[in-house]
Write a protein that binds this ligand. Structure first.
Ligand code: KG4
Ligand code: ZN
Length: 349
């Protein structure tokens, strides 16, 4: 008998639901993107996001259960993203999940969004490439999304240590802001990747923040360097600058990931979050951690890097014993604050 979770994810601008069996098999996964609603504003408008979630949730749920060929009685638990994210958006998913759980007499499992991203590496499309084996632990996990950029050490399920992270912008945020400077649409990651791939060369070498002795990143200097370049010379075409920017971000992320993987002697390098869909980052991780260091590199398929509910269902399964202790009393949280999933690393040296 499998353990089937119905998961909801509404932390930002994707309204998503999924049915996941035993934390690994996706029976159905539906993602309704609101991107067209927000694009004209150049970013996600929180009030509009909350309203759109309310509008689409019932249809997304229905489609998910239909695709899974699954009735309400076949479910063992409901999982939902508790935070971090936009308050009004989280509210819709959390209240819907509690209502379903209460009506069906099922446990409701609140999942941390970042932990969800990591568990995309346990889902079946990723598994098929590795003979069905889950990622061997310990692992270093690079989490790079629109709101987070962190390097975590995962020793076992629920045992995460924060090794470092961004001091300013998240990697995805840097992609989005630089895209705007280059006149490319929101969200900036995919158009920067496409434009960079089409460029024959990079517009020189942009500065990288080295931050020696840490596993931290910083992207604000890089963003300012792009701004200066754009101001100095009107752009003929954004390609070479997009390429130089992407090279600098990828170099910074992979340098720290490889250093952390070597320092902690891990078996696996994992990546997660929207920016992990980036082909240049994926290739560099495979080359510099996989080929050079001989460490297994696991990457979720690009569609499972960006926000989805299947990853929330996977995390809920592996963490089900620890989650849900509060019954339906848990509340959402919009910022990480005291709700970090990871312990800070002990001081070294
Ligand atoms: O994980 P995600 O879907 O949502 C958050 O939790 O933030 O990540 C969204 C971010 C956006 O900043 C987007 O520009 C970036 O991921 N992104 C990419 C790519 N696809 C999405 N960045 C670089 N290359 C991509 N192909
Ligand atoms: Zn996310």
């Amino acid at each position: 008998m499998s353990f089937q979770v119905l998961a909801l994810e509404t932390s930002c601008d994707e309204n998503a639901a999924a049915v996941v069996a035993d934390g690994r098999t996706i029976r159905a996964s539906v993602v309704a993107s609101q991107i067209e609603v927000h694009r004209r504003y150049g970013g996600v408008v929180p009030e509009l996001a909350g309203r759109e979630h309310l509008r689409s949730l019932a249809a997304v749920l229905q489609e998910t259960l239909h695709d899974a060929g699954c009735s309400w009685t076949a479910l063992d638990a409901i999982a939902v993203t508790q935070g971090p994210g936009l308050g009004g958006s989280l509210l819709v998913g959390v209240n819907a999940a509690k209502a379903i759980a209460w009506a069906r007499g099922l446990p409701c499992l609140p999942v941390h969004h970042i932990e969800g991203h990591i568990y995309a590496n346990w889902l079946d499309p990723a598994r098929a490439q590795h003979g069905g084996a889950p990622p061997p632990l310990p692992a270093v996990c690079l989490v790079v999304s629109g709101g987070h950029s962190e390097l975590l050490l995962m020793e076992s399920h629920g045992r995460l240590t924060r090794l470092g992270g961004t001091l300013d912008d998240a990697a995805g945020e840097a992609f989005d802001k630089v895209a705007r400077l280059l006149g490319l649409p929101f969200p900036g990651g995919p158009p920067i990747e496409r434009t960079a791939a089409a460029a024959r060369h990079a517009a020189g070498r942009l500065p990288r923040a080295r931050l020696p002795g840490t596993f931290d990143f910083s992207f604000s200097g890089l963003k300012t360097a792009v701004l200066h370049r754009v101001r100095e010379q009107p752009l003929q075409s954004p390609g070479p600058l997009a390429r130089a920017f992407q090279e600098a971000v990828v170099d910074a992320l992979v340098t720290k990931t490889a250093a952390a993987a070597a320092a902690y002697d891990v078996r696996t390098v994992l990546a997660a979050g929207g920016v992990a869909a980036n082909g240049a980052l994926r290739n560099a991780l495979r080359e510099r951690c996989g080929e050079r260091l001989g460490i297994e590199v696991r990457l979720p398929p690009p569609a499972l890097c960006t926000d989805n509910a299947a990853m929330i269902g996977a995390a809920a399964f592996y963490r089900r014993d620890a989650l849900g202790a509060d019954g339906l009393r848990f509340d959402l949280f919009s910022t990480s604050g005291t709700h970090s999933i990871a312990q800070p690393a002990p001081p070294t040296g």
